[in-house]
Design a protein around this ligand. Structure first.
Ligand code: PEP
Ligand code: MG
Length: 591
């Protein structure tokens, strides 16, 4: 047996026989053609591009039909890339000027895009490498006149690969493909997003493991904990079978609880809201009976590589607010990195600049989030206009990400006020009463929280970035992942400081980082004073179950004790034991 840690990107547990898919490791040496073959090669390239375009459109329609247009939009991004005149120019010149074959020219041009994306340190954009690899694989296959390989299965399998492209993932037969595990890949890759949309448990970024496994070996994918087990022993198998049985009966129990309020035994109501990336996920929030949307990550509107215009923003927000049917929706203004906004296309509609890149040495400390919005004010104003207009159709709040100084907050608020005046002057229907708040995810903001509190309408604690910035650990870097822990005592102290100040100033505060989605931490968060948690919609039922079994007085004691502990492991083990006290029927195994 071999147990490996990776990154959990799509929840659920599966046990099945492995099937290994060939990795993307395409390598090609330079291949040239004779001068009199150049024209024919160029024709071949143009035909291949056309065929690729038809295939991608079909894939987009298929994915849209299966899981919705927001997922289908990933393949619109591939189409845009395919139509990029810069890319086409490179491929054309490779044939006409260098006399490369069509195949090698496509390979060389797309490989230089791969290198370009690999150099970007912003995780959202760096993971677009996989989209370029997807295109490269497709074009080479078409030029080599091979048919797409559709894997057919007649029994449950778990797919293992070095890497999977978004289209390979989208074409999985969900009847038999129980889970996915890959050596590389990250949490915001399109592959991960498609796997989640298809509800296939998945673990990525496991590191080199294919040398230890052959097709037919029994493997386990634990998409909750990010674990991958090769050739499990009987005890491990039994452990996971038990988890599967427990999940099955838990789901029945959780379904029955859907319409009951998230209220502690001593009668304190905890608001449980959903975190979403796509408008369509508002449906998942309604299904879980969430109290609203607590975090809408609007940067996902940029996923296809196309710049959303004001109407695209407006339509997305209106869809969410209408789906939520009177429940509040908190929109976070775009949290994009420094590397992908396209100066010229804003004015010219020129898609060439879609992949314009501005490299930074330290993107996490660079021009991202609210800093970018304040620099690109025209984009920020466009988004704010759309939000105020959409708020006409239902209750909304606006929150600004990664605010690190009072000046940033004040500038953002001033621009929002200005946008309202413009809408007023233009007689455009909008709602002027939209609360403005900030995310608390930088330690400097916590240290200045008493100064922020009188000015903002609300706070939302982003534990993912707060952990990254307080412990100085890149949340996507596997080499230092062991240091990244949101229940580190330093992070808990920062949350505690925020809660105390917010309570003193009577300001609403919620928590929307990943910590809120883990039921083991729910009692701690309640004990620290949180009454609003925004979490992954699918985890609402389990967290609600904890709330309904908890007592605030006991939660306070738990928080008091945890805050005195010295390290994350001690805190985690303690919280687990307190969780077991609520549910003694669990056997207490910590896996
Ligand atoms: C956070 O940082 O905790 C957060 C919710 O924002 P994101 O994960 O989108 O950076
Ligand atoms: Mg964040």
């Amino acid at each position: 047996m071999r147990k490996l840690q990776g990154i959990a990107v799509s929840s659920g547990v599966a046990i099945a026989k492995a099937v290994i898919l060939n990795s993307d490791g395409q390598q090609m040496g330079v291949a040239t053609c004779a001068p009199d073959e150049v024209d024919a090669e160029f024709v071949l390239l143009k035909e291949a591009l056309q065929t690729a375009s038809q295939e991608i459109s079909a894939c987009r329609d298929d994915v849209t039909g299966k899981i919705g247009s927001n997922y289908g939009a990933i393949f619109d991004g591939h189409l845009l890339m395919l139509q990029d005149p810069n890319l086409f120019g490179m491929m054309r010149d490779g044939i006409l000027k260098e006399h490369y074959t069509a195949e090698y020219s496509a390979y060389a041009a797309l490989t230089s895009y791969v290198h370009l994306f690999q150099r970007i340190q912003n995780p959202l954009m760096a993971e677009r490498v996989n989209d370029v690899l997807d295109l490269r694989k497709r074009l080479l296959r078409i030029l080599q006149k091979r048919k797409p390989q559709i894997q057919k299965f007649d029994q449950p399998v778990i797919i293992l690969s070095r890497n999977l492209t978004p289209s390979e993932t989208a074409s999985m037969d969900t009847k038999f493909v129980m889970a996915l595990a890959t050596e590389i890949g990250g949490p915001s890759s399109h592959t991960a997003i498609v796997a989640e949309g298809l509800h296939i448990p998945a673990v990525v970024g496991i590191g080199p493991f294919l040398k230890y496994v052959t097709s037919g070996t029994t493997v386990i994918v634990d998409g909750d904990e990010g674990l991958f087990v090769i050739d499990p022993d009987e005890e491990t198998l039994e452990h996971y079978r038990k988890i599967q049985r427990q999940r099955y009966s838990l789901n029945i129990h959780l379904d029955a609880m859907r319409d009951l309020p998230a209220e502690t035994i001593d009668g304190v109501r905890i608001q449980l809201l959903g975190n979403i990336e796509f408008p369509q996920e508002a449906n998942a929030c309604m299904q879980s009976n969430a109290d609203g949307v607590g975090l809408y990550r609007t940067e996902f509107l940029y996923l296809s590589g196309k710049h959303p215009d004001e109407e695209d923003h407006f339509n997305a927000y209106k869809q969410v607010v209408e789906t939520m049917n009177g429940k509040p929706v908190t929109i976070r203004t775009v949290d994009l990195g420094a590397d992908k906004l396209l100066e010229p296309s804003e004015n010219t509609g020129d898609s060439e600049s879609n992949y314009y890149i501005n490299e930074e040495k330290n993107p996490c400390l660079g021009l991202r989030s609210i800093r970018l919005s304040l620099k690109r004010v025209e984009l920020f104003r466009k988004q704010l206009r759309a939000i105020y207009r959409a708020a006409y159709y239902g209750p909304m709040k606006i929150m600004f990400p990664l605010v690190s100084t009072l000046a940033e907050w004040r500038q953002a608020r001033m621009i929002a006020e200005d946008v309202k005046e413009d809408l007023q002057d233009g007689n455009i229907p909008f709602n002027p009463n939209v609360p403005l708040g900030i995310m608390v995810e930088v330690p400097s903001t916590v240290l200045m929280i008493d100064q922020f509190a009188p000015e903002v309408d609300f706070f939302s604690i982003g534990t993912n970035d707060l952990t990254q910035y307080s412990l100085a650990v890149d949340r996507t870097n596997m080499d230092v992942v062991y240091l990244y822990n949101s229940c580190d005592p330093a992070v808990l102290k920062l949350i505690d400081m925020t809660m105390r100040s917010a309570n003193q100033h009577n300001k609403a505060v919620s928590l929307c980082g990943q910590l809120g989605s883990n039921p083991y931490f729910t009692q701690l968060l309640i004990g620290m004073g949180l009454r609003q948690i925004s979490l992954v919609p699918g985890t609402i039922p389990e967290v609600k179950r904890v709330v309904r079994h908890a007592r605030v007085s006991q939660c306070r004691k738990i928080a008091e004790r945890a805050l005195k502990m010295e390290n994350a492991t001690e805190i985690r083990n303690y919280l687990w034991s307190e969780y077991l006290r609520l549910f003694p029927d669990l056997d207490g195994e910590v896996f």
